[in-house]
Design a binder for this molecule. Sequence first.
Ligand code: ATP
Length: 230
Amino acid sequence: MIEFKNISKKYGRYSGLEDVSFTLEKGKIYGLIGPNGSGKSTTLKIIAGLVHPSKGTVLVKGTEVNRRIAKEVAYLSELDIFYQPFKVKDMIDFYASQFEDFRIERANELLTFMKLDPDKKLKQLSKGNRGRLKLVLALARETSVLLLDEPFSGLDPMVRDSIVKGLLSYIDFENQTVVIATHEIDEIEPLLDEVLAIKDGKVIDWQNVENLRETKGLSIIQWMKETFKE
Ligand SMILES: Nc1ncnc2c1ncn2[C@@H]1O[C@H](COP(=O)(O)OP(=O)(O)OP(=O)(O)O)[C@@H](O)[C@H]1O
């Protein structure tokens, strides 16, 4: 579904990714784990067609990423910059006008689940509620690729668990490839099929989560501590 072939990304003198190759399959949920600045967001942005690699080829559904294929990718950015005068419901209408795969009924259901008032102005939303709105906008799309960059930032720990459970009902386990970059490993662990460890722009390890648990007896956190120990 998603193929990285020898991808490097340079930002001027700085390196974002270095010769990264992998294949992500349909129907799986992947976690990208790594320290700050390791290349997680760069990876997601390349899949979403927002950043162009300096070297290598990226295929999404067998096609080299272009504007058409990028429109089939739902991407939740780590940034939350919204057009301030909009109300929540204006944002829903805007997304519906931009993406053919945006399902308004689903968005309204998600707004209720996230306890967001459609009539509230975006500038009046707390950071946590902006985070919830970002999730609504990404999950209301019926796409084959769903990319979530730090989807729980700003959400208080008390609600994260219930939001993760809610997430489950909006993921199409058969057909979607979901990639989540996060530091909130505890919350996300029950969702993940595979984890990729990224460090200094390289994938340094890759594990199947069930295998990690059953054959090595490790949780993702334990594996992560071993993988990233200096
Ligand atoms: N627009 C940019 N201009 C210059 N350097 C950049 C830019 N975006 C990313 N980088 C650099 O590329 C590297 C990878 O950044 P990236 O944002 O992909 O990391 P990350 O793993 O998502 O980090 P974080 O966990 O802090 O979000 C870092 O060294 C970063 O400073």
